[in-house]
Design a protein around this ligand. Structure first.
Ligand SMILES: [Zn+2]
Length: 298
């Protein structure tokens, strides 16, 4: 069976064909010609029309809060105009007469890692992704645990700083605003005005910039505050960290060392490891979900 998979982000849509036997191919990246719902739907329909005769279903990973049973965007978290309320599943099942399943992007990436990536050897783990915010997913028995409304795992909105910065969610002091890659870049750019992104941070670090290393070390402590909570609540065998920045060896090594010194002794066999699938995790997870759902229906 073949699934056409999409990964819809704030500025870019990725698409690929995932074949049950041959894996992922024809990976393409599409930037929006126009930001917002219409731009997204144009790209999706263009690719579905193109591959329609070759595919058995469609799997979509998308930014935002998603009703995964109904395939509806409940809230477009990164402000994609007019995207909230879009009924992707209903629209495309009617139009193309193929199964369509939609997942939140962090849940899709976690599912991808669970079956094809760093989580392959674990039944249970916690997946956290660090970027403009911090996303989270709880994987139990190789499935993402959704909670009552399907929104479980928003670890980015646990409060780690009393009376801290105001978060987009309305709370103050959320983990998001201290442990995200965005927070690290902002802090480093105050020390060195030329720093614009995560790559700049690690270029400076690898040249031995002491002030940048200081900022990175403070930021790693911020990461640890969240992980300590996660470990004590879930006692997971593994925590998988996604986001480009987690490919830095120094970060993962430091997190493992510092975490073990910050948690109770009974929990210290937890392993923290970087995600393996990188950019294709969401596509792999979304296609796996559609394949599984399609087989269940038979
Ligand atoms: Zn928040």
């Amino acid at each position: 069976m073949r699934i056409l998979a999409f990964d819809i982000g704030g500025t870019l849509i990725k698409s690929a064909i995932v074949d049950e036997d041959k894996g992922l191919f024809n990976l393409e990246e599409h930037s929006y010609p126009e930001p917002g719902r219409d731009g997204i739907l144009n790209i999706l329909e263009n690719r579905i029309d193109y591959y329609n005769s070759e595919i058995d279903g469609i799997g979509i990973s998308t930014a935002g809060l998603v009703d995964e049973e109904k395939g509806v965007i409940i809230l477009s978290s990164n402000g994609i105009p007019n995207y909230t309320g879009t009924k992707l599943k209903e629209m495309y099942e009617l139009k193309y007469n193929k199964p369509v399943w939609v997942l939140n992007d962090v849940n899709a990436a976690a599912l991808g890692e669970a079956h094809f990536g760093a989580g392959k050897v674990y039944n249970d783990f916690i997946c956290l992704t660090y970027g403009t915010g911090v996303g989270g997913a709880i994987v139990i028995n190789k499935q993402v645990y959704g909670g009552k409304n399907g929104f479980a795992g928003e670890i980015g909105h646990t409060v780690t700083h009393l009376n801290g910065k105001k978060c987009v969610c309305g709370l103050y002091g959320c983990y998001n605003d201290y442990a995200s890659t965005k927070a690290l870049v902002e802090n480093c750019s105050q020390v060195d005005f030329s720093i614009k992104n995560g790559k700049d941070v690690f270029d400076a670090f690898s040249k031995g910039d002491i002030k940048i290393k200081e900022q990175i070390d403070i930021w790693i402590d911020e990461i640890i505050y969240g992980l300590v909570t996660v470990v004590h609540i879930f006692n997971p065998p593994a925590i998988i960290l996604g986001g480009g920045i987690m490919r830095q060896e120094y970060i993962i090594d430091e997190i493992n060392n510092r975490l073990k010194n910050s948690i109770l002794s009974g929990y210290r066999d937890v392993v923290v490891l970087p995600a393996m699938l990188g950019n294709s995790a969401g596509l792999m997870g979304a296609s796996y979900n559609t394949l599984r759902r399609k087989c269940e229906k038979k």
